[in-house]
Design a protein around this ligand. Sequence first.
Ligand SMILES: [Zn+2]
Length: 479
Amino acid sequence: MHEIRVHNTLSGKVEPFVPLKAGVVHMYTCGPTVYDFAHIGNFRTFVFQDILRRFLRLRGFKLTHVMNLTDVDDRIIANAAAAGVGIREYTAKYVEAFYADCRTLSVESPEHWIRATDNIDEMVALIQKLQKKTYTYDSEGSIYYRISKFKDYGKLSKVDLSGIQAGARVDNDRYEKESARDFALWKAPKPGEHFWETPIGAGRPGWHIECSAMAMKYLGETIDIHTGGIDLAFPHHENEIAQSEAATGKPFVRFWMHAEHLLVEGEKMSKSLGNFFTLRDLFGKGYKPSALRFALASVPYRRQLNFTFDGLQQASSSVERLRNFAARLKNEKFPAGRQAGMSERIAKAASDFDAGLSDDLNTAQALAAVFDFVREANIAMDKGEFRKDEVKPAQEFLATFDKVFAVLEDNDAEKLQALGYDTGSDQASDAEIEKLVAARQAARQRRDFAESDRVRKELAERGILLEDTKDGSVRWKRK
Ligand SMILES: [Zn+2]
């Protein structure tokens, strides 16, 4: 096992990762703002943090991981008011869609899913703490954070504060680096919009205080890892640090990990360019969840990911190659004994896989270790050199791979059906196909060629190709 090293945005360096408390990792992920369906750019980040949490668990860490749903936000409040419904009612559809999307992409549930609307008291208490320490001031019913009082302001995003006018304020939750200003912790109610009556006045929390309050409530004042998309580093995460560290006097986060942007066919994704995709847009075009997960996971998280339809097609082939290899291991008959050098080859693949992920979650390197091994093992199988005693270690290696990448199980059709897509009855599961293949073998053995032909035809209609091998076993694959 290799030393785990991760890139920390705070230091700008790749550092050895060691949690504060041995064996336990406290991790926070900024979740989606639930006013719309999440898009593939969002899911690039969510798949990254899923790979991270799965890898840490594989390496034996116990995780306490929190992901929030931002359900108090300028746009949500405004949209809910315009629709004449409450926040929970307005966001319900998008919350359910997000959970379903995560299940479809095999993004594991964190230990805690939390919502801003359930944690208003903690946000108010944190603002009161900042008031006592005089990091705040009031203006027109809102409460602002005075960034000039926090001497470390800018340490995460390295924002340039020269030329910032003291006391200049910003009310929007999202703004550009050029406009680093005192930001709203608590916002005065607007006519017709939802607000809470609290000891600090009527109003609603700003976005940044939500994450500080919830992260510290569930994970303590100093947490090990905080993840998010790179676009959150400023102002959101910078402001989280300012709020949390001013209140506690302790470091808020030890390792900040940010995923780079996703481009579509080389361009920034935007609705106006017509290259904006939710998961459902892609599933509607017939792409599989496993292919999308693989495509999003295969580019290391700190590299910009250029999403293309060719790439998605290649990801689909890669997943098929792995599934076919797993099926060969399971179904073919190999000669007894060991193949010289093969167990060392499997051990090397496992070690290279771990080395890749340990190196700042280099998924490309980890996948190369897997595919190099699969190619060599397939060749050994074709030559009849692969032996029975290597089956179990090879399967164990694939299982290790899949604990992190989670694409081997052939359940795309079920997942799409769960989302309401009609995938057609011709999309057979592995188990169904194997049953048919076995039925055909049995028919041939009893020389019932009419029946064996019939089953072969049925399989062909369902897109399954059969290949009879020299040893008398049958290999199958999807067209
Ligand atoms: Zn956040």
